[in-house]
Design a protein around this ligand. Structure first.
Ligand SMILES: C[S@@+](CC[C@H](N)C(=O)[O-])C[C@H]1O[C@@H](n2cnc3c(N)ncnc32)[C@H](O)[C@@H]1O
Length: 261
C-alpha cells in the first residue's frame, strides 16, 4: 500500500462501526446508522463482540505466560482501553507489539495514542497482500521473525473472503512455534449472526461468518491448542484458566488458539 487513499466519511467502515458497537466516540453518522441496523437484526451482537474481546485478551495473557513476547494485532481497529500493548508490556516489559490495519484513520488514531512507545509499531498494510508483508518485510523491520510471534486476529477474518490464504501465508512467514489467536463470527451458532450479512452488504461491506468445519479448513498450517475451535459462550465453562469471563453469554462467535507447525 504505497498510495494514500482518499478519505470518504460518507461510507461506513468496519473499524468505526465496531467502535460504535463498543460505544466508542470515533465514528460518524453513517457508521452509527449501520451499527443500529446490526443491533436491530442481532441485539446480542455487542455482547458477542465483548466476549470475543475478553477471549483475545485472556488468550494473549496465556501466550505471554508461555514465553511469547512478539505480537502482531491484525485488523487493529480503533484503539480501545485498556490497550492491548499496555497489558502485554505490564506482563512482559521486553515485548514488542505491531498493530496492523489497512484503514488510514485507524493508523492515525493508533499512532497518536500508542506511539511513541519504543515497544510498539503501527504498520499500515493490507493483510491480504502477504507478499508485501513478506519481502521486503514490513513485520521483519520491527520483529525478529526467526523467533515465535503471536498473530492476533480479533473480528477481522470474517471480513476477508480469502482468510484461509492469508492464514496459510502467515504460517509460512512465521517461525515454527508461532501462535495464532482468532475470534470469528459463527454461522452455525445463532441464526441472527447470519442476518448481519444482509445489513453489512447493503452498506457495501461483505461479511463471511463461518462454521466450525470452515474454520478447521482454514487452519491447516496450524496445530490447534486445547480446547480447539471453541464456541466462546462455552469458553469459561470449559477452560478454567479463563474463569474471569462471565458465564452467561449469547452464542455467536468462535475462539481459537493455535500454533504454527
Ligand atoms: C471489524 S473491525 C475489528 C477491529 C478490532 N480488531 C476489534 O475487534 O474491534 C475490522 C478491522 O480490520 C481491518 N481490516 C479489514 N480488512 C483488512 C485487511 N485486508 N488488512 C488489514 N486490515 C484490515 C479494518 O480496517 C478494521 O479496522
Amino acid at each position: 500500500m504505497n498510495e494514500l487513499p482518499t478519505l470518504n466519511l460518507d461510507v461506513a467502515t468496519t473499524a468505526r462501526v465496531y467502535d460504535d458497537l463498543f460505544r466508542g466516540k470515533d465514528n460518524y453518522d453513517v457508521d452509527r446508522e449501520l451499527a443500529a441496523g446490526l443491533r436491530e437484526r442481532c441485539p446480542q451482537l455487542p455482547a458477542i463482540l465483548h466476549r470475543a474481546n475478553q477471549f483475545v485478551r485472556e488468550a494473549v495473557a496465556r501466550l505471554v505466560d508461555e514465553g511469547i513476547t512478539q505480537f502482531v494485532d491484525v485488523g487493529t481497529g480503533y484503539p480501545r482501553e485498556p490497550f492491548l500493548h499496555a497489558e502485554i508490556l505490564a506482563w512482559a516489559p521486553q515485548a514488542r507489539i505491531v498493530y496492523l490495519d489497512n484503514d488510514l484513520l485507524v493508523g492515525a488514531h493508533t499512532r497518536a495514542l500508542m506511539l511513541p512507545c519504543e515497544a510498539v509499531s503501527f504498520v499500515w498494510a493490507d493483510i491480504t497482500d502477504t507478499a508485501g508483508l513478506g519481502a521486503p518485510n514490513k513485520l521483519g523491520e520491527f520483529l525478529d521473525l526467526s523467533k515465535p510471534v503471536a498473530l492476533v486476529a480479533e473480528s477481522v477474518l470474517e471480513f476477508l473472503p480469502g482468510a484461509a490464504e492469508v492464514l496459510a501465508a502467515m504460517a509460512e512467514l512465521l517461525a515454527p512455534g508461532s501462535r495464532l489467536v482468532i475470534s470469528h463470527l459463527a454461522s452455525d451458532l445463532c441464526p441472527e449472526v447470519g442476518l448481519l450479512r444482509e445489513v453489512f452488504s447493503q452498506a457495501g461491506i461483505e461479511l463471511y461468518p463461518r462454521d466450525r468445519d470452515e474454520l478447521a479448513e482454514m487452519l491447516t498450517g496450524y496445530t490447534l491448542t486445547d480446547p480447539g475451535i471453541m464456541p466462546l459462550h462455552e469458553w469459561a465453562a470449559r477452560a478454567e484458566q479463563f474463569s474471569q469471563l462471565p458465564r452467561q453469554q449469547p452464542p455467536g462467535c468462535y475462539g481459537v488458539i493455535a500454533e504454527v507447525r
